[in-house]
Design a protein around this ligand. Sequence first.
Ligand SMILES: *Cc1c(COP(=O)(O)O)cnc(C)c1O
Length: 404
Amino acid sequence: MNRTSTHDGNEPRAVDTQLVTLGRDPARFDGFVNTPVVRGSTVLSATVADLEGHTGRYTYGRRGNPTLEGLETALTALEGGSGVVLTPSGLSAVSLALLACLRAGDHLLMTDSVYQPSRRLCGTVLKGFGIETTFYDPLVGADIAALLRPNTRAIFMEAPGSQSFEMQDVPAIVAVAKAHGITTLIDNTWATPLFFRPHDVGVDLSIQAGTKYLGGHSDLNLGVISAGAAIWPALKGMHGDLGLTVAPEDAFLAARGLRTLKVRLERHQASGLTVARWLQNRPEVLSVLHPALPEHPGHNVWKRDFSGASGLFSVVLRPAPKRAVDAFLDSLALFGLGYSWGGFESLAIPFDCSGYRTATRWAPGGPAIRFHIGLEEPADLIEDLAQGLERLNAVAAQGETPED
Ligand SMILES: *Cc1c(COP(=O)(O)O)cnc(C)c1O
């Protein structure tokens, strides 16, 4: 049983129980089970002494709100760090976390497999602020030591890699960073703290796009950063200085998502593996990039460090004309064509990392598609994919006629 201790030092409880109890205080809200959506900027004080002495629990909407506080408290306990801040999107969580630990003249090591908008940030905002980035091979492990410079201040990881699913040896990289006083960050959106707890292996900043599994219903954008003790004051300070906050409705939805996160993730995991294994056995498929499959090159690292897999993975098809792959995607009835993932619904997108990777070469041997497996019946998803692959074969065969 995956256990984490509660933040207030009470008896440790199972995660399943924590997801139900954390961040709720019915006694405070007239018995209502859920912390309500509290809207507000101004918070009134009874007297000048109260105003000037900041005696109230809250002082101003941007500085603290009961709805947000409930979610922050719950996530702090789940992550096992010193504190959590919420941001308006996953990408803003990445940018805030980086700004909290980097200054002009610093050097950042960034995984080449990072979520593409996070990569872009390095070449735009960070570069403009005088912070230099070196992209590194996600499989580098302890050899990251060779890339360190005297001014290297932070190492950013993402495991598995966005779209391409390389697993990183997080403990090995953290060991090198710790020996040199370097801050470590990870984008942990894929696993969520239920399947991987970055602070347990010494990572300083654990980032999640709450947009994905935490929200879980494709109806909000939210970012979560959890900080270890050393970096928490800097993170909290930067969050306040930049004036970041999130809408109470979004925090409410994320807290609601939290209650069912484990049941949903378990179903995403099981259905994802069922569909992934079916795809592995299809003649049209060259490889399935899913770290929970024993054939995946990062499987042993995944098995060592993670306690589960979510519903997102990629597939490399055998070489096929683009119009055949497009016909496959266009024919799918249950897989939406759209960005993001982590909601209840299945999705598929074609992708190609070859245009922007710099430390590694993306040449998987065929067209690549990323799938998110939702909460539908997997047999229905497989039936949809089967008819889609027939369509792919039919369109590919048309291309082989002499008059084409
Ligand atoms: C979606 C995503 C983000 C960004 O989240 P937004 O809410 O869309 O800004 C960051 N990292 C990863 C790995 C993601 O998949």
